[in-house]
Design a protein around this ligand. Structure first.
Ligand SMILES: [Zn+2]
Length: 301
């Protein structure tokens, strides 16, 4: 916290950081392509190119666009998100930032979208690498019928401490094997439990090992699936604070858990990774971002 207030003592420091991260001193001007001559416009979140005199908005195209909240509050909320282990409840965020519940809800949702926009692995594994694969159930609320619980099935793939996960509609072969074939590089060794959908993997040319159940002792011959089990424990801990997650929003919480898990051992802190890049975003793209975490059935031959 001390470090945060030293680094971002004023709103201007946040604007400067956002501009430098997005455009930098040496990036070409989007209007005239000349490089690196900007000056800040007073009392506006914009910089002006000294060659063509055109303005560039600092926040346009990010999650901060069209909010009236100070950037410093957003950054501080990101610090809370980065350092929480049990997830950030909207009520907590509202109390802590001194804003209304609806505002806190919007901040939380947009920060999770921001996390989901960050680069993730497109495929994992490689020749001779072990991939631990498992599915888990999570409980959500149905959006149409709030009194009913819904089940979300999440498929997780873990390789060398990095995880890729997404929701699938069921446990059929097209859902499980179809997504595995899309996301795992050829030559990997797949470790799964004994679910019958996975039995077709070896027939389809994969090197497939069935992991022994958790209560059996692992010997040199059989492998355990602990890597992915540990990840489920982390996800459940991250969701513990939230009592009512709607199923349409579940992917956002999943992206938060995956992001935090994947950068747990990185040299750069989670907060620095969160503010180290501001991927372009508009609300029209929300469905595209969502599809990266809601995998669905894959076309399957
Ligand atoms: Zn210019």
């Amino acid at each position: 916290m001390t470090e945060f207030f030293l680094r971002f003592p004023t709103e201007d420091a946040c604007i400067k950081h956002l501009f430098e991260t997005r455009f930098g001193d040496h990036s070409p001007c989007p209007h005239c392509d000349s490089i690196g001559r900007w000056f800040r416009l007073k009392r506006r979140m914009a910089y002006r190119c000294s060659s063509c005199r055109e303005d560039v908005s600092v926040v346009k195209g990010t999650i901060f666009y069209q909010t009236y909240l100070p950037l410093r509050m957003w950054f501080y909320a990101m610090l809370i998100f980065a350092n929480s282990t049990h997830g950030v409840r909207t009520h907590f965020l509202a109390r802590h930032l001194g804003v209304r519940f609806n505002t806190a809800y919007r901040i939380g949702k947009l920060i999770r979208v921001h996390i989901a926009l960050h680069r993730r692995h497109e495929q994992i594994g490689g020749a001779g690498k072990l991939i631990h694969i498992d599915e888990a159930n999570f409980r959500c609320f149905s959006t149409e019928r709030p009194e009913r619980y819904n089940r979300q099935i999440v498929l997780g793939l873990s390789c060398e401490g990095q995880v890729l996960c997404g929701t699938v509609p069921d446990r059929t072969i097209p859902s499980l094997v179809g997504n595995i074939e899309r996301l795992v590089r050829k030559g990997s060794i797949l470790v799964t439990d004994g679910h019958r959908s996975y039995l077709s993997l070896s027939r389809r040319g994969w090197n497939h090992i069935t992991a022994c159940p958790i209560q059996h002792a692992a010997s040199s011959k059989n492998v355990k699936n602990n890597a992915i089990e540990a990840y489920w424990a982390k996800v459940r801990r991250n969701l513990r604070a939230h009592r009512r997650i709607r199923d349409e929003n579940f992917w956002l919480y999943l992206s938060e858990a995956e992001f935090k898990y994947n950068c747990r051992d990185a040299k750069v802190s989670v907060f620095d990774q969160l503010i180290g890049g501001f991927p372009d975003f508009s609300f029209d793209e929300l469905e595209r971002v969502k599809r990266a975490f809601c995998w669905g059935n894959q076309p399957f031959d």
